[in-house]
Write a protein that binds this ligand. Structure first.
Ligand SMILES: Nc1ncnc2c1ncn2[C@@H]1O[C@H](COP(=O)(O)OP(=O)(O)OP(=O)(O)O)[C@@H](O)[C@H]1O
Ligand SMILES: [Mg+2]
Length: 264
């Protein structure tokens, strides 16, 4: 079992607020995510889960409050640095399609590796292995428009995982999948958590999917109603004491394996 270091969070949200017009999507959210843990975010439709994930990943800028990653406030980074962070450290599976519509499945999955400086020939071999793993080998030359929703979703997951990001943000990544395909996708994500030390934040409506996580966070009406407090975890998984507030925001070692592999 992976030992989760609950002394220094990898990601924190503090007093996060975000409104869209008159809709208060987030109304003061505090959350800690520790390196190497898998956190399931659950809650009713419209409760603010996607908004929270987008703020954590630096895709959306909150109206108030802070998000820190390894102790650095995302608000202190300009858009160029934020986007570099997203590119190099984060893998994101959005709730609604984000594949590039004019590119084939193979090209979509190859992109993160090319951006990370991997040679095209090698990147394509790796991307192909992900497509094969998700039973998409025959679709590698198709564009997203020629795929089913579930196929496109698996391509999106492959694209998020292919460059082995430090944090995987997944917004209902199995929503369009049958149970077998969902299992394949979840297994792939959890492998990166358990074997590579990645951190996973996954939104799901499916209690079974959530049961694979180390911790469940419940969002209701723009607030976290359970699981957000520092150090809470599924009973028995992790006996570590909670981090004290003064420890929050300290720098973390991040993925143990990644430190040897920083040049990617
Ligand atoms: N771009 C936007 N413009 C206007 N309102 C928005 C926007 N994005 C989200 N909202 C509103 O903010 C609230 C939270 O939305 P959010 O997408 O975070 O919910 P969710 O928990 O992810 O829901 P679901 O489970 O249906 O995906 C909702 O009331 C939603 O209508
Ligand atoms: Mg959502």
């Amino acid at each position: 079992m992976t030992v989760i270091d609950r002394q220094a969070p990898l990601l924190t949200a503090r007093a996060l607020r975000k409104s869209f017009g008159r809709t208060d999507a987030l109304r003061g959210v505090d959350l800690d995510v520790f390196p190497g843990e898998a956190v399931a975010v659950m809650g009713p439709s419209g409760s603010g889960k996607s908004t929270l994930l987008h703020c954590l990943a630096g895709v959306l800028v909150p109206d108030a409050g802070t998000v820190t990653f390894r102790g650095t406030s995302l608000g202190d980074l300009d858009e160029r640095l934020r986007s570099r962070l997203r590119l190099t450290e984060f893998g994101f599976v959005f709730q609604f399609g984000q594949l590039l519509p004019d590119l084939t499945a193979l090209e979509n999955v190859t992109i993160p590796l090319l951006l990370a400086g991997v040679k095209r020939s090698k990147a394509e071999v790796t991307a192909r292995s992900w497509l094969d793993r998700f039973e998409l080998g025959e679709k590698s030359g198709q564009t997203p428009g020629a795929m089913s929703g579930g196929e496109a979703q698996r391509v999106a997951v492959a694209r998020a995982l292919v460059a082995e990001p430090e944090v995987i943000f997944a917004d209902e990544p199995t929503g369009a999948l049958d149970s077998l395909a969902a299992e394949t996708v979840l297994t792939a994500m959890l492998e990166q958590v358990k074997q590579l030390g990645a951190t996973l934040v996954i939104i799901t409506h499916d209690p079974r999917t959530a049961s694979y996580a180390d911790r469940e966070v419940m969002v209701r009406d723009g607030r976290i109603t359970a699981g957000g407090a520092v150090g809470q975890s599924r009973s028995g998984v992790d006996p570590e004491p909670a981090a004290r507030p003064e420890e929050v925001g300290a720098s973390t070692p991040g993925r143990q394996l990644r430190s040897q592999d920083e040049q990617r």
